[in-house]
Design a protein. Structure first.
Length: 393
């Protein structure tokens, strides 16, 4: 990638850590691992340490298995990372990026190939990345995986290269472009390919998706009007804990799995996965919005909905299918919160929901708060906070 090489900012007062004995590579992986090293040398990613080069930092190469059983080569940079600094460069969360794609757009997805390795590091800093293998010492010529500042250094440079291209969102290697027509999408894709080619960014042809209504991006499936978590996130539901499972996590509680817990566990998974498959509606800043909240002694939750029906009223839940969910959230109550009076608990649920949904709620001019506790309407309807003596409110 064109631009300034990455400077490895390591505290000069740090005492270098050097390992002189490599971790053995399993016999059946040795040929494949050595071939991978040779391949990276040819690509210019790494180089052998020149004869006579003194040892300063020297890390260990660690080999682990991929999901397909093939060896994955990594370098343990933990000793170096403990003394390294990195730049600050903000990137929106994948969730917010996926939700930023407008309704009804044609989408194109591009993925950079070996992105980190497209950024060179300063020649004077290469010795910091030296690692030892059964076949000798190597060091990186480009930013390595596992170094604390590699991600920020790469992402900032890539972001600056494509900064002037409109109607996009980008998450590290992955980029998503959107447009209204095939012609606009074609122009976008050509512009992206051209600017990446001129700046030395290589794109993966196997992950190129051109002009599609539904795409996978940053762990989400994005359709014309909905956002779904990926299938791997659906599988992760099996790891979540619910009441009464929470009781099993308390210190001193014997772990006893019975038929009741197992039945509730399976029912919970099925309900949640069914809701995930439905997905959530893409947020539209122009639509009437409702934040519905609820409190119980064991937990609080909220639903952020938007009006999609043609009913003349803006009242929430004016019809069964008119209001679509765009965000949900919940949590267990803490010990003190479980003992709140109902009015205190319902107020807590509203405050917690407004905080968690602030990305969509702040500045929203057509926002309604829906609760199932009528005393809150009087309490917050015509009083200022100074007139409410209860500190919990």
């Amino acid at each position: 990638m064109e631009g300034l090489p990455l400077e490895l900012m390591v505290d000069t007062r740090a005492k270098p850590v050097a390992y002189h004995t490599p971790i053995p590579v399993p016999l059946h992986w040795q040929q494949e691992v050595k071939a991978g090293l040779d391949h990276n040398v040819r690509l210019g990613v790494i180089e052998t340490v020149p004869i006579g080069e003194p040892v300063t930092w020297c890390h260990r190469m660690v080999i682990c298995a991929k999901k397909n059983g093939k060896p994955r080569r990594t370098v343990d940079f933990q000793p170096l990372n403990a003394h390294a600094k990195r730049e600050t460069h903000h990137m929106p969360s994948p969730f917010h990026q996926a939700r930023s794609v407008p309704h009804g757009k044609k989408k194109t997805v591009l993925d950079a190939w070996n992105g980190y390795h497209s950024v060179p590091i300063r020649e004077a800093d290469r010795h910091l990345t030296t690692f030892i293998t059964p076949w000798g010492r190597y060091r990186y010529k480009t930013t390595p995986q596992g170094y604390i500042a590699s991600g920020v250094g790469y992402t900032r440079r890539y972001d600056e290269v494509v900064a002037k291209i409109p109607n996009k969102t980008k998450c590290v290697d992955d980029a998503l472009l959107w447009a209204d027509t095939l012609e606009e999408s074609s122009h976008q894709a050509v512009q992206w390919l051209d600017i990446c080619g001129r700046h030395g960014i290589i794109l993966n042809p196997e992950k190129f998706v051109f002009v599609s209504d539904t795409v996978e991006f940053a762990g989400f499936e994005i359709t014309l009007d909905r956002v779904h978590p990926s299938k791997k996130h659906s599988r992760a539901i099996r790891l979540l804990c619910f009441q009464p499972f929470r009781e099993l996590l308390k210190p001193g509680t014997p772990f006893k799995w019975n038929d009741k817990i197992n039945t509730l566990f399976e029912e919970s998974k099925n309900i949640i996965i069914a809701e995930i498959e439905k997905g959530v509606q893409i947020f539209d800043a122009q639509r009437p919005t409702c934040l519905a909240t609820d409190w119980s002694k064991t937990g609080i939750g909220f639903w952020l909905l938007q009006k999609h029906c043609t009913c003349p009223t803006k009242d929430p839940f004016c019809c069964q299918t008119g209001w679509k969910i765009t965000l949900v959230g919940s949590r267990f109550t803490h010990a003190a919160e479980s003992r709140y009076a109902p009015v205190e608990g319902e107020a807590l649920a509203v405050a917690d929901a407004l905080n968690k949904a602030r990305y969509f709620a702040l500045g929203c001019k057509d926002l309604t708060i829906a609760v199932d506790h009528k005393p809150l309407i009087k309490l917050f309807g015509d009083r200022s906070l100074a007139d409410i003596p209860n500190p919990r409110l």
